[in-house]
Design a protein around this ligand. Structure first.
Ligand SMILES: Cc1cc2nc3c(=O)[nH]c(=O)nc-3n(C[C@H](O)[C@H](O)[C@H](O)COP(=O)(O)OP(=O)(O)OC[C@H]3O[C@@H](n4cnc5c(N)ncnc54)[C@H](O)[C@@H]3O)c2cc1C
Length: 385
């Protein structure tokens, strides 16, 4: 087992770190304060190839795999976790799913724009009354012969009102549960009947837009069905097993940011005549953070390695996501304690870290759902895909 990164992987890591420091870091405070989504960052990510992981070069893919992707996403998320969503929202969500399930025509039509950053992507699964229980969704796509007529609504959709294109999961056969769902590609700029409402009440992730989508007789072309009819559930689970890597990596990166900040503060802050880092209790807190941070990172690397080698990885992905979110929440909590009162002020990023860390416990499968996946695979109740 070789834990060293290749020269190419180190290059990707450096490139993403430089990008995050130069193009994202200068705007973090200002954009957080204004809850502002800086669209041009996505374009720049596309220009650098940061949206083209594991996708064929003929559609603009960067020729690199999961390991390189998680190294890059980690550097970006460490600076500002909101921006990790763009890799899931463009690459691992719509582009990769279209590449797996789409016709040649669809691949040529949609993937290049998502990879270059010309298009903003999204994926819409959740509804107001359908979260963990995906198969209970109500949004209905009626087959009208030459088109689909969509009615219903989606909730908590990342990039929902900024997206140009997105995946939409809807019921195509009522009463069939998971066997009655299908996946569609929606062109948000050219589909009348869709109202997109920004959600401004989020606790964190303030620079990443989130929305409610309302479909009222929205007409979607017949050919925009992605994959076979009524196969939306397996497509959705396949997609989530990819996009969850964004949460897993983002959470590990956030835990690293908290640790780095806390270490620096513990070396600088003096009480009772010594830097607080000299006190055993602070050291114990930092040791716990370091242990969890390192474990979270290697769980991500392991899941990425399995994916790159086409080996079963669902359990590894869920473990990386679950452990990462626990590490991130714990680290953010510890960081705020170590920074003392300054941690509770807006002068330091502890508040943002804590707010942003909490998202990981909910989206792309809550912690309970990931515990179920891990245990069900372990018990042999479901295959490890
Ligand atoms: C910032 C943000 C961005 C998001 N982006 C997207 C997006 O881009 N696209 C999208 O489709 N969705 C998105 N979501 C939605 C997210 O994926 C859902 O919120 C998530 O799946 C949980 O659903 P829920 O909120 O309805 O919780 P519920 O499913 O109602 O769960 C509530 C609680 O009950 C528990 N629970 C539920 N079922 C069980 C069970 N069987 N056993 C044990 N415990 C259970 C859960 O663990 C949780 O603690 C986003 C959410 C947020 C906050």
């Amino acid at each position: 087992m070789d834990f060293r990164l290749t020269d190419e992987q180190k290059m990707v890591q450096d490139m993403a770190r430089n990008f995050a420091e130069k193009e994202i870091a200068p705007y973090v405070d200002q954009d957080e304060e204004n809850h502002y989504y800086r669209r041009e960052i996505l374009t720049k990510m596309g220009d650098l190839g940061l949206l083209g992981w594991s996708l064929p070069e003929e559609y603009g893919g960067n020729g690199m795999g999961w390991m390189e992707a998680v190294l890059a996403l980690y550097e970006i998320a460490k600076v500002h976790t909101s921006w990790r969503l763009s890799i899931s929202g463009n690459c691992w969500g719509p582009a990769m799913t279209i590449d797996e399930w789409g016709t040649e025509e669809k691949k040529q039509k949609y993937i290049p724009g998502l990879v270059s950053g010309e298009s903003v992507g999204s994926f819409a699964i959740t509804e107001a009354n359908s979260g963990s229980d995906v198969a209970s969704m109500r949004t209905f796509a009626a087959d009208m012969g030459d088109h689909w007529l969509i009615n219903g609504s989606k909730m908590w959709i990342s990039g929902g009102h900024t997206a140009d294109v997105g995946l939409l999961y809807a019921v195509t056969e009522k009463g069939k549960g998971p066997r009655g769902l299908s996946c569609f590609i929606v062109d948000y700029n050219n589909t009348p009947g869709i109202t997109r409402v920004p959600i401004h009440i989020k606790v964190g992730m303030w620079t990443a837009p989130t929305s409610e989508l309302v479909f009222e007789n929205a007409v979607v072309p017949k050919e925009n069905l992605l994959g076979p009819l009524n196969q939306g559930f397996p497509i959705c689970m396949w997609q989530l097993n990819n996009t969850r890597m964004g949460c897993a990596t983002g959470a590990a990166a956030l835990s690293a940011a908290c640790l780095e900040g806390a270490v620096q503060y513990a070396n600088e802050r003096t009480q009772f005549g010594k830097p607080i880092g000299k006190y055993q209790m602070i050291q114990a807190q930092l040791a716990e953070m370091k242990l969890e941070d390192e474990a979270a990172k290697y769980l991500v690397y392991h899941a990425a390695w399995l994916k790159d080698n086409n080996l079963p990885n669902q359990q590894a992905t869920s473990m990386a996501k679950l452990f990462g979110c626990n590490a991130a929440v714990h680290a953010a909590n510890m960081a705020m304690k170590i920074y003392g009162s300054y941690g509770y002020s807006t002068e330091y990023p502890c508040g943002r870290w804590l707010r942003d860390a909490k998202q990981f416990e909910t989206l792309e499968g809550t912690s309970n759902i990931h515990m179920q996946i891990i245990a069900n695979i372990e018990l042999g109740y479901q295959p490890n895909r």
